[in-house]
Design a protein around this ligand. Structure first.
Ligand code: NAD
Ligand code: UDX
Length: 478
């Protein structure tokens, strides 16, 4: 079989961009992305796509209506597809066995049942969602138990490694594509079909093939190890603050060791995003189920350190503001979990905003891409009442209006535009003393100190504004 028709179940942050790039690079293949949410599909078919991702608009514009289609008719797309990606959400369970750790596989199972109900010809089913080790076996069980005569299935694992904000570039220039499959002639043939799709733009040597379980576990391992680097650098940031060392210098020195490398050593307010926490919890749960408690505890500590970092940073804000933020107006710059996305899932800014609201502060928020309704939804989800949101939260369309009359600015997301703001003008319209807490270490701290701000950041001590310390004569006196 040569794949001529692809269907993707799930038009989210992964399904949408991944299949748009496949359509761009494989013009002879018809790609249909379906979702059970009619609203999401309508957005994919509109001028304002449901997700913000640099470069995505151009790719969608180039292919939509030619060989790329967005539809909510899941059955029709499954019927005509040779290959089906399952790219549905796999959130952490919020109830029952494994609550708070195990992934909830109801959407994956739902997708498998949909395929089994509808399929009338052979299908290659590809797990694109991040799943626990062995999920392919569960999918196969569902498909086999409901198989029509003459229909056969092959299940592949093809985890996605894109990061939000750089998804298109990550897809076009993937470090590697990983494909796991059954170790049998039919399994190998299916792997080959998927390889041929990626080979339209990814060199063969960067397409790794392996068995299904190794592929599934590699995805969890990659995310766990990336997050572990951030927790490691964040743990060292506390040591820096206590000693006077500078975490940027430490990261530079450590990262120049070619065995370690410089990436993912940026100390921060704490990692967010829909994947790291969920996937590590998944790994912790797998270790527990395999009776590997030490391994479970090791990976759990990566999450614990991240929670601690968010708490430590927010506590520093409150302590610096004379231990009370009640009645004060505080501006949060950036609400997304990282720059170049409108996604707020697990964003550290949610924790900061909730804590400040609980402490009685009024907050103003500006983020270039996050929708107002999303901010409201996130704060309601963490327990802030609609009345409290109404009376204590304002959302602005630019940083200058958001910072006006504020006692403090907390920078939560590293958007480029925050680096080039006119901080003299911002200082002039703030309450004094004016504080800036740079949770991303992207601002020019010396300039801010010169202007008169009280500046705090992660992993280094900055002290008071220059004018307050001009009488200091020696480094010790600082
Ligand atoms: P998402 O929530 O943005 O999108 C999932 C979509 O699937 C939703 O729109 C939902 O309506 C739809 N859906 C659920 N069940 C369906 C069904 N039976 N039929 C059709 N549509 C259905 O999720 P996402 O961020 O795209 O993540 C998808 C998977 O990819 C997850 O397992 C995630 O862990 C993994 N992943 C995500 C990223 C990322 O950066 N977001 C990166 C790599 C891997
Ligand atoms: C991550 C993985 O990188 C990607 O391979 C996987 O497919 C999905 O999960 P994503 O969550 O989209 O991608 O973004 P990523 O760039 O990994 O950032 C995650 C979080 O870590 C963000 O909050 C980011 O700000 C933070 N981070 C990242 C740091 O705090 N320091 C760093 O050095 C790097």
């Amino acid at each position: 079989m040569v794949v001529k028709n692809i269907c993707c179940l799930g038009a989210g942050y992964v399904g949408g961009p991944t299949c748009s790039v496949i359509a761009l690079k494989c013009p002879e293949i018809k790609v249909t992305v379906v979702d059970k949410s009619k609203e999401r599909i309508a957005q994919w078919n509109s001028d304002k796509l449901p997700i913000y991702e640099p470069g995505l608009d151009e790719v969608v514009k180039a292919c939509r209506g030619k060989n790329l289609f967005f539809s909510h008719d899941c059955n029709a797309a499954i019927l005509e597809a040779d290959l089906i990606f399952i790219s549905v959400n796999t959130p952490t369970k919020t109830f029952g066995n494994g609550k708070g750790r195990a992934p909830d596989l109801k959407f994956v199972e739902g997708a498998a049942r949909m395929i089994a109900d509808v399929a009338q010809s052979n299908k290659i089913v590809v797990e694109k969602s991040t799943v626990p080790v062995n999920a392919a076996e569960s999918i196969m069980k569902i498909l086999k138990a409901n198989q029509r005569p003459g229909v056969s299935y092959q299940i592949l694992s093809n985890p996605e490694f894109l990061a939000e904000g750089t998804a298109i570039n990550d897809l076009l220039n993937a470090d590697r594509v990983l494909i796991g499959g059954e170790e049998s002639p039919a399994g190998e043939a299916a792997i080959e079909e998927l390889c041929q799709i990626y080979e339209h733009w990814i060199p063969r040597k960067r397409i790794l093939t392996t068995n299904t379980w190794s592929s599934e576990l590699s995805k969890l391992a990659a995310n766990a190890m990336l997050a572990q680097r951030i927790s490691s650098i964040n743990s060292l940031s506390a040591v820096c603050e206590a000693t006077g060392a500078d975490i940027a210098e430490v990261a530079r020195a450590v990262g120049l060791d070619s065995r370690i490398g410089p990436k993912f050593l940026q100390a921060s307010i704490g990692f967010g995003g829909s994947c790291f926490q969920k996937d590590i919890l998944n790994l912790v749960y797998i270790c527990e189920c395999l009776n590997l408690p030490q391994q479970a505890a090791y990976w759990q500590s990566v999450i614990d350190m991240n929670e601690h970092q968010k708490h430590r940073f927010t506590a520093k804000v409150i302590e610096s503001l004379l231990n009370t933020v009640s009645g004060k107006k505080i501006c949060i710059l950036g609400f997304a979990f990282k720059k170049n996305t409108g996604d707020t899932r697990e964003s550290a800014a949610i924790y900061v905003a909730k804590t400040l609201l609980d402490e009685g502060a009024s907050i103003s928020i500006y983020d270039p891409k996050v929708e107002n309704s999303q901010i409201h939804e996130d704060l309601k989800y963490v327990g802030i009442t609609p009345e409290h949101i109404e009376s204590h939260l304002s959302i602005f369309k630019d940083a200058y209006s958001a910072t006006k009359d504020c006692h403090a600015i907390i920078l939560c997301t590293e958007w480029d535009e925050f680096v080039t703001l006119d901080y003299e003008a911002i200082y002039d319209q703030m309450m004094k003393p004016a504080y800036i807490f740079d949770g991303r270490k992207i601002l020019d701290h010396n300039n801010l100190l010169r202007i008169g701000f009280h500046v705090e950041t992660i992993g280094s001590r900055l002290g008071q504004p220059f004018k307050n310390r001009r009488y200091s004569t020696s480094p010790q006196a600082l």
